[in-house]
Design a protein around this ligand. Structure first.
Ligand code: PLP
Length: 405
């Protein structure tokens, strides 16, 4: 048995089987490439699901891990540490927010957001103002609160009953929001660009309309920018495309350069409802991770970096439009912003992801009919050309295989 086969057999034996992993073991990464244990190279269009914005092996990230870990790694949140304070300051200085709460993941950031909204509602109104509104195709995480606001039946059904009351409206349909929002609504949570749900872009009228409805009903507006935030779409915050500001925004994925961190950013008004002891986390705001996040945030928020994301995003769009024109039966739509793209396909997207591995492409889907492209934000034109060539070959093979459409 090869080392790869042995490891895969042990994974089946010892690791809880909640993922269907492809038959190779990833060993190392460099720039925008990953290498498996047999030495095969893959161009990464997934970035650890929109996490590795700076790719693999960013020198400043590595140096910061080394320096801060030697100095001080974990203290718990009982004590002041400089990296946490500096990171919170930078996030506030470059956003609408006045206060930050750190977490270890995206789902925990959303849990925090929900708790802060509830506390604010309870303090300023009453306990009955406790309902949440969420949307079709939304994804907010796997813990009970975030799961309750996640639309997909497949994720929810095995764990019901979930947190209530939650009311669902149709994404991009303002009338459906009007039908469920009311004076008992505590908060509305929405992704300005839905990731997992298929790269669905909120319309201007929808996002502005949701803001107005929240104001009308004194409901907290939460933007989940866990996936679309932090320059992924070519602006630092996805909501900047709309000029619509939330009361709370959640972040995670790319912030820690591959280390786990999430954040809840909020206005002073929301923050004023929280008191010491109301919420906490042992690991969050870890000094090493915050020091790394400071470096990552500095790079991602550099206007030149964002300009590059937009330039490469426009180039990727050209390539995707050309692929759609070449394969009109397999590809029905391409949409996205910056370096966050969805390709709607008429075949099972999982089949394309699996074929991608054979062609040295790391792809991920977003539902059964959409391929999601969320590459490291450092991709260049050459990488995009390589993707387009390989993806085109893959689609030709599928066409000549007579893929079911
Ligand atoms: N919110 C959004 C928009 C996400 O895309 C995700 C993860 O994919 C989450 C929340 C949950 O984040 P995590 O997996 O870090 O808990």
């Amino acid at each position: 048995m090869s080392n790869t086969q042995e490891l895969i057999a042990e994974e089946k034996q010892y690791v809880l089987q909640t993922y269907k992993r492809p038959p190779f073991v990833l060993d190392h990464g460099e720039g925008v490439y990953l290498y498996d244990a047999e030495g095969k190279q893959y161009l990464d269009l997934t970035a650890g699901i929109a996490v590795n914005a700076l790719g693999y092996g960013d020198k400043d990230v590595l140096a910061t891990i080394e320096q801060q870990s030697h100095k001080l790694m974990h203290t718990s949140n009982l004590y002041y540490t400089a990296p946490m304070i500096r990171l919170a300051k930078s996030l506030c200085e470059k956003s609408f927010a006045k206060k930050v709460f750190f977490t270890n993941s995206g789902t925990e950031a959303n849990e925090g957001a929900m708790k802060f909204a509830r506390k604010w509602s309870r303090k300023n109104f009453n306990g009955e103002k406790c309902e949440f509104v969420s949307f079709s195709h939304s994804f907010h995480g796997r813990t009970f609160g975030s799961l309750a606001l996640t639309a997909k039946e497949k994720y929810r059904a095995p764990f019901e009953p979930l947190l209530t009351p939650v009311r669902f409206a149709e994404f991009n349909d303002l009338d459906s929001v009007k039908a469920v929002i009311g004076d008992n609504t505590c908060a509305v949570m929405v992704e300005p660009i839905q990731g997992e749900g298929g790269i669905n872009i909120a319309t201007q009228d929808f996002l502005q309309g949701v803001r107005d409805l929240c104001d009308q009903h004194n409901a907290v507006l939460i933007f989940d920018e866990v996936q679309c935030g932090l320059s992924r779409t070519g602006k630092l915050w996805a909501h900047e495309w709309y000029g619509v500001t939330p009361d709370i925004m959640t972040l995670a994925k790319p912030l820690g350069g591959g280390l786990p961190i999430g954040a809840v950013l909020m206005t002073d008004q929301i923050a004023s409802a929280m008191e010491p002891g109301d919420h906490g986390s042992t690991f969050a705001a870890n000094a090493t991770i915050c020091a790394v996040a400071e470096v990552v945030f500095g790079k991602l928020s550099d206007p030149q970096f964002m300009q590059r994301v937009n330039t490469q995003g426009a180039y990727l769009r050209e390539k995707l439009d050309a692929l759609k024109a070449e394969f009109p039966i397999l590809i029905t739509d391409v949409r996205g912003r910056g370096l966050m793209w969805g390709i709607d396909v008429t075949v099972d997207s999982g089949q394309i992801v699996n074929k991608g591995y054979e062609h040295g492409l790391i792809l991920v889907n977003a539902g059964e009919q959409t391929i999601r492209l969320v590459p490291p934000l450092i991709v260049d034109e050459k990488n995009i050309d390589e993707f387009a060539d390989k993806f085109g070959t893959l689609l030709s093979e599928m066409s000549s295989d007579g893929a079911q459409v």
